[in-house]
Design a protein. Structure first.
Length: 582
């Protein structure tokens, strides 16, 4: 090769190495592979746009999902090869002279797996909103923060107003008013629950400054549709600019560990366990709430992943029951809308407003006019519990009752001689379907759990004046319609005019003097038709049971039970024996 050819080849080699203004790596068998790998790694570290981090012993980078949510992704061979090709030029001399090549696989493997340590910054978690550092300073600059190991990745378009370093009393008043504007209309049970909700709003902002552990926020309610998930979404919207990703509660501990690890591996800062139906008890969740890191085997690999745990945790459900060590790892935010169908206050409101407006403009009437009828038909569980609690009210009035005594009376009502069973027959005939078989398993335990899961729940619109209390199972059957019109506890009793609250809340109209607590005999004129309908429904259910094979003596309860059910049904029907169905 002539000197001129050598100069042209050198010039071409230099041009290829510096193409697009990127650094170049010369690959040759005359160079040790370690030198080539070190040079490539040095170029990657100096690249401002590569943004490679180290997290728990592996290389990671920050990615975004389709909706813009940032997450931490572990790097594999393909991801690292893409970065090396994107941020530098690889050139080797072949038969036709210098030419570009892809990053050699040996170099990729050496950087990704052949080294125990990397010169990249450590990444602990991602945040999408300004937070306080442990020293009290505010982290509000997007990008990686060396002090905390956090990467601030705000949502696109987020604008944070200036935060004063020395807030005044006026700033404090404005901040409290802003918080109240966000959550003030939620039906919190008491001031403590409201204060805990404010603490939940502040926790994501303060969480990274707390070196210790943070308990789980228990968003609890008496009935579905009260606003538990909405409050969780509100906390996430304020903290991240988007709704929280909901996670279901698994039924076994292995699945708990997998879901917790998978969620933390993405760098999540807010985790919501939505719609808890069974007892909330998990050793894996207990460990996660009191640990700085969570270790779990990586799916599809034979190695463990270790993930930082600095998230804000929430769980939503109705009358959530806690087990194990979970109670001391939670704080309680309970809501009670004081109505039997709280979801009617605004569920799917954007859809209702949009479609309702279109139909109204087109003069198409009747939109959602049959919604109440649908609710009545679909919420069969509430109807059954309402009937049972009304029977409880008739049987025990204001008296507190132990579960053991309740079980004894129900079993007495199931005996052959229903006439001598008294109130127990009513209790037995109105048992909800999931408790109907009193000989299945430990009935006392099943009944106790069922009552505990409905603490404070209201199943009709006939609640009295007294405020609900935790553990008060009679609150739902303190009615002003089915079993007579009752005044507030501590009010007057006989020969009185009807209290104003009965007329205002229930439209009760009395003839002559007011005799409360009449057991359905001296009820007001407005409530009489409703009482008759309820008694007939209860009578129809008793007839169904009388016609069942179980009641006809085909099992072990005795043939006379059917006749006793028909007698009970006759009483519920107001003295008129209803025809047998079907």
């Amino acid at each position: 090769m002539s000197k001129s050819d050598e100069e042209q080849e050198a010039s071409k080699l230099a041009a290829l190495l510096q193409a697009d203004g990127l650094p170049g790596v010369f690959v040759s068998t005359l160079r040790p592979w370690r030198d080539i790998a070190d040079e490539a790694l040095a170029h990657l570290v100096r690249s401002a746009s590569a943004r490679v981090f180290v997290r728990q012993g592996e290389l990671v980078r920050i990615r975004r999902k389709e909706d813009g949510t940032p997450y931490i992704a572990a790097m594999n061979d393909a991801a690292l090869k893409h970065l090396l090709a994107k941020h530098m030029n690889y050139v080797r001399i072949g038969f036709k002279g210098p030419q570009h090549i892809a990053p050699p696989d040996d170099i990729v493997q050496d950087i990704l797996r052949g080294r125990g340590q990397w010169p990249f910054p450590p990444l602990d978690a991602l945040i999408e909103f300004p937070v306080f550092r442990p020293d009290g300073t505010l982290l509000d600059a997007p990008g990686y923060d060396k002090t905390t190991g956090l990467a601030y990745v705000p949502v696109s378009g987020l604008k944070i107003p200036p935060v004063p370093e020395h807030p005044t009393e006026e700033h404090l008043v404005e901040a409290i008013a802003l918080l109240d504007e966000a959550i003030g209309e939620f039906p919190f049970q008491d001031p403590a629950c409201y204060a805990n909700a404010v603490a939940l709003l502040l926790t994501p902002i303060i969480r990274q400054a707390i070196n210790g552990h943070v308990p789980l926020a228990l968003l609890d309610a008496t009935r579905p549709g009260t606003g538990k998930s909405l409050l969780a979404e509100l906390v996430a919207l304020i903290a991240t600019g988007r709704k929280a990703a909901m996670m279901g509660a698994p039924y076994d501990d292995d699945e708990w560990r997998k879901r917790i690890a998978a969620t933390l591996s993405d760098g999540a800062t807010i985790i919501v366990i939505d719609n808890v139906r069974s007892r909330l008890q998990s050793a894996a969740l207990d460990l996660a709430l009191t640990s700085h890191t969570v270790q779990e085997r990586i799916l599809g690999q034979s190695k463990n992943g270790v993930y930082a745990q600095r998230a804000t945790w929430m769980a939503t459900g109705n009358n959530i029951q806690l087990g194990g060590d979970m109670p001391r790892r939670c704080y309680w935010i309970r809501m009670d809308a004081h109505m039997d169908k709280p979801w009617r206050r605004g569920g799917f409101q954007p859809w209702v407003d949009t479609i309702g407006g279109i139909l109204a403009y087109a003069e198409i009437t009747g939109f959602l006019g049959n919604a109440e009828e649908l609710y009545e038909q679909a919420d069969n569980d509430a109807l059954q519990w309402a009937a049972f609690l009304h029977a409880w009210r008739d049987a025990y009035q204001e008296r507190e009752v132990l579960v053991a005594d309740l079980v004894r009376d129900i079993k007495a009502g199931a005996e052959v001689n229903a006439e001598s069973a008294g109130a127990g027959a009513d209790l037995y005939s109105t048992l909800p379907d999931d408790l109907e078989d009193i000989r299945k398993g430990d009935f006392k335990r099943r009944l106790g759990k069922a009552l505990a899961s409905h603490v404070g729940s209201q199943f009709d619109e006939s609640r009295g004046e007294r405020q609900p209390q935790r553990g008060d199972l009679l609150e739902s059957c303190r009615c002003a319609g089915f079993a007579g019109c009752y005044p507030p506890k501590g009010g007057t009793f006989e020969n009185q005019l009807p209290p104003r609250w009965l007329a205002e809340r229930h439209g009760c109209q009395f003839r002559g003097k007011y005799f409360p607590g009449g057991g359905g005999k001296q009820t007001c004129e407005t409530c009489k038709p409703a009482n008759r309908r309820r008694r007939r429904r209860r009578g129809s259910r008793a007839l169904d049971r009388a016609a069942s094979p179980h009641a006809q003596g085909k099992r072990h309860r005795g043939p006379a039970l059917a006749e006793s059910h028909r007698g009970q049904a006759k009483r519920h029907a107001g003295g008129r024996l209803l025809p047998r169905r079907g």
